[in-house]
Design a protein around this ligand. Structure first.
Ligand SMILES: [Ca+2]
Length: 341
């Protein structure tokens, strides 16, 4: 009986190919080697997958903040802009001035108005209408530090000096691209703005989604184009923000829940960043029957892609009495050493 008990494990080990009498230690080494192999493969394998002509990455949230406005009332975060001094700006689409986002370490961020940046009085004075109601959906900055905002319904562009002084409305004739504008839907207009290489980029949100390019020196429309995520050669794309970072145009596609990195000269998509898993996470998703996503703020830097949600005054499913928006930071998966360019 003893002999039978002693010999049975050896038979089993022989059947599955393990060496004789070394079962436990070998198993531990085998598992350790396998885990090491998986880790090494993950480290050297390029992230993302190629779809169509560009690479597609999935974003993971590496930071998450609930946005706490310092003033009462609904705050629909509708844009993001990171200044060279590290200040992160946003705007409530229904009020002015612009606001600063102060990140805290406990998952909360405070949204603080900056009276110097596009006060309601300064903007009303620039348009000559003391009753003008804000409708701001985008923020941008140029190489000189001047700051720009775009309004949706009126398709107006305002610019100020870096210190906020001298707010003016830029006089631009949109007739060369008017065929892309929906004459009946005032909420289908400018939803994002970016500035780079002497050009102004505007995102026509939908009906029809189009990116319009303006020569800033001449204030003339010089180009327009459409870019789309892989596998979505649709006639219409929802654009909800733009960002310029080191020579590339970055485009937030709210409906497709992704960000596109675009060559502004060739209009080709360089890479795509999917954030659906973040927005649809059970802790992040908002209570809404709308088929499209809520992401409306985009800012990019050397390390991160920042995203902000305009929750349209709605609560999250996981917190039905909490009506605050969310800010996310995602490490850039395209900047691992083997993929740097
Ligand atoms: Ca908005």
């Amino acid at each position: 009986m003893d002999d039978l008990c002693d010999s049975e494990p050896d038979i089993i080990h022989a059947r599955i190919g393990f060496p004789h009498k070394t079962s436990t230690s070998f198993l531990v080494k085998f598992i350790a080697l396998w885990m090491l192999s998986v880790t090494l493969f993950a480290a050297i394998a390029p992230p993302g997958v190629t779809k169509g002509l560009h690479r597609v990455y999935s974003l993971r949230q590496t930071g998450r903040w609930l946005l706490n406005p310092t003033e009462s009332g609904r705050f629909d975060a509708s844009a993001l802009l990171s200044l060279s001094n590290g200040i992160l700006l946003t705007v409530n689409d229904k009020s002015l001035p612009l606001c600063r986002i102060d990140l805290k370490t406990n998952g909360f961020a405070t949204v603080v108005p900056i009276p110097e940046l596009f006060s309601l009085e300064a903007v009303r004075e620039a348009v000559g209408n003391p009753r003008y109601a804000p409708d701001t959906e985008g923020i941008a900055v140029d190489e000189a530090g001047r700051i720009y905002i775009c309004t949706e319904g009126q398709r107006w562009i305002f610019r100020s000096e870096a210190d906020g002084s001298g707010v003016t409305r830029l006089d631009i004739d949109w007739s060369p691209v008017k065929r892309w504008f929906n004459p009946k839907d005032g909420n289908a207009a400018w939803e994002g703005i970016a500035v780079g290489d002497g050009r102004l980029y505007l995102a026509n949100e939908r009906s029809v989604g189009r990116i319009v390019v303006v020569d800033l020196a001449k204030l003339k429309v010089i180009d327009d184009f459409q870019v789309a995520p892989a596998g979505k050669a649709a006639r219409d794309i929802h654009y909800s923000d733009l960002c310029w970072w080191k020579g590339d145009l970055w485009v937030l596609c709210r409906e497709s829940r992704c960000v596109l990195r675009v060559n502004p000269t060739t209009h080709s998509v360089i890479s795509e960043f999917d954030f659906a898993a973040i927005e649809l996470d059970k802790n992040n998703i908002y209570l809404s029957a709308l088929p499209f996503g809520f992401m409306e703020g985009l800012s990019v830097d050397d390390h991160s892609i920042w995203l902000a949600i305009d929750n349209n005054g709605l609560p999250r499913r996981s917190a039905p009495t909490d009506f605050r928006g969310l800010l996310f930071r995602c490490s850039r998966p395209d900047l691992q050493p083997e993929n740097e360019n």
